[in-house]
Ligand binder design. Sequence first.
Ligand SMILES: CC(C)(COP(=O)(O)OP(=O)(O)OC[C@H]1O[C@@H](n2cnc3c(N)ncnc32)[C@H](O)[C@@H]1OP(=O)(O)O)[C@@H](O)C(=O)NCCC(=O)NCCS
Length: 224
Amino acid sequence: MAATRDKTIISDWRAPPNEFPAKTSQLDIWLLNLDDIPCQSDCLDATEITRLNKFKFDLGRQRYCTAHSAMRAILGRYLDCRAGDVPILIDPGGKPRINHKTPPLHFNLSHTENTALLAINTGHEVGVDVELFRDMPNIDRIAKRTFRDNEITQLEQSGWDKNLFFEFWTHMEARQKCLGRGVFGDAASDNEVETHSLALKKNQFGAVAWAAGNAPTLINLYQD
Ligand SMILES: CC(C)(COP(=O)(O)OP(=O)(O)OC[C@H]1O[C@@H](n2cnc3c(N)ncnc32)[C@H](O)[C@@H]1OP(=O)(O)O)[C@@H](O)C(=O)NCCC(=O)NCCS
C-alpha cells in the first residue's frame, strides 16, 4: 500500500486461489473484464431478468448479464452453492444483499463498460465504485453539488483536474453505496465510512469503502 494525497491506494492484484475460506474481517475485491466472461442468463433471478429485458441495446444487455452472472458465480464459491442459488434481496434503499449466513457476507458491485469490481466483505458493510475517464463538461457544477468542501477546494486549486474529479467521484459513490444510499442520499460522513483508492489501469478509477471502525484485517485483490 502506498499513500497518495490523504488516501491510501490499495494495489497488488493477483490470481484468485481455488478456495475461499470465509474469514472474519476479510475483504476480497475482484476486478473483472466483462469481455472475457461468458454471459449466463440462466443463473439470474426474476428481478435480474426483468432488468435484463429492459435494455434497449445488445451490448448493455450482455454486459449486465455478464456482470451479474459473474457476480453470482463468485458469490457461489464463497457460499458453496450454485450461482443461481445465491439468495439476493434488494433492500428498500436499493442495495443488493445476501439473504442469510452467519457471519454475514456483504458484497457490492460496480460496473462500467467492460470493467467490473465486486467487493466481498465478511461481517461488515462494503461499497465499491469503478469509473472510466471521460471528458465530462461542467465538472465544477457537478462537484459543487456533490462533493465535500475540502474536495471542492482541492479541485479548485488543481485547476479542475478531471483525474482528481474522478478520484473524488469514486470515493463519494463507494461511501454512499457502502451505506446503501444513492448518490443523492444523505452524504456519508467520515464517522460512518472510510474510503480508499484502488490502483487500476490508466483511465480507470476505483474506490472501496467500509464502515468506519470496521477496517478489514486482510484485503485481497483478485484478477482472473
Ligand atoms: C445506485 C447508484 C449509486 C449506482 O451507481 P452507478 O455508478 O450508476 O453504478 P455502479 O455500477 O457503480 O453500481 C451499480 C450497482 O450497485 C448496486 N446498487 C444499486 N443500488 C445500490 C445502493 N443503493 N447501494 C449500494 N449498492 C447499490 C447494484 O449491484 C448495482 O448493479 P446493477 O445496476 O447492475 O444492478 C446510482 O445509480 C444512484 O445513486 N442512483 C440513485 C438511486 C436512488 O436514489 N434510488 C432511490 C432508492 S430506490
